[in-house]
Ligand binder design. Sequence first.
Ligand code: DHB
Length: 389
Amino acid sequence: MRIGLPLHAALAAVALSALLGPGASAQQVLKIGLIEPMTGPFASTGKQVDAAVKLYLAEHGDVVAGRKIEVLLRDDTGVAPETTKRFAQELVTNDHAEILAGFGLTPLAFAAAPVASEAKTPMIVMSAGTLIIPQRSPYILRTSFTLPQQTAPMALWAAKHDIKKVYTLVTDYGPGLDAETTFKTVFTANGGAVDSARVPLNNPDYAPFIQRAKDAKPDAVFIFVPSGEGSAVMKQFAERGLAAAGIKLIGTGDVTDDDILDSMGDPALGTITSHFYSAAHPSPENKAFVAAFEKANGGMRPNFMAVGGYDGMALIYEALKKTGGSTEGDTFVAAAKGLSWTSPRGPMTIDPATRDVIQDVYLRKVERVNGHLYNVEFDRVAAVHPDGK
Ligand code: DHB
């Protein structure tokens, strides 16, 4: 009998193998509770992750280490941490989910963390990006990214490319504050000067903030906004004539998100960002991933959230192979630490010290390729740690 199964499931498996007779092995179901915003302002994140999880299952089969994988998807709407927490509790207690996964925004990951700790359930953060998330439970592992990791290379690049004064504009919550702090620290340490403002997370109106940024006459505006918000920012940047005033737009890749980049049109051209994933990443693994993802989803281009979901499944599969199918919290986390593989994004490793992701971060410029806008990579910082170092 396998370790880590709820008793009734184990008994059912015994009964089933008795029915099937000797030699026949029943695959014991392993439920993954996937919680993402499928509706509301951040629905694109959930849609991308869900599609990527489905693609991973289609490509790798739904059986690993003798366990039959079943994904239970829950829509937490993205803006209600108490809903995320309730779903996490119900998934663990009523549905006997053995792994929790997803978490589209930082407050939602924070809300679920105590549930993972209490039940000793592995919790795979596939989307959210605030640095301290894995510190909230010893059962958290992350396959997305952190904002310090994505921001530090941008700040260093700016300082080295004749940008002296930057106005940072970030969404006013965990990942935005991480981005602002990291940008300021790295950019000022390299001789730059920074002014800052923060935009509310809920119902943001970017217009007055972009106007204030323009009035400050910086060389560049550095932006962090969550996935899905980039179009609104780009529209204001264009309407208020920042490019014409000689002000560059730089940021983390969240603002030139592949999901919506093509629809931003000319105003996005030339934007320089740093990030861990571009759909234009020129590796064989990524070309296969993008082609399969687009084929399975009516032409929808995968963004960085999709890759976080796809690699979350890769992490689950590789860890289960090492544990022989056990999801017991400490066993599973020990197996996941130090795992390394080639993702569509490039090489990645689960840092044994932080349970977070170590990965390459790329500098990219928005260019038109074959009639479509892409983040075209032109430089790379190898193996950046979660804290940006
Ligand atoms: C987070 C959400 C995003 O959509 C994003 O692009 C980066 C970070 C977050 O809430 O952690």
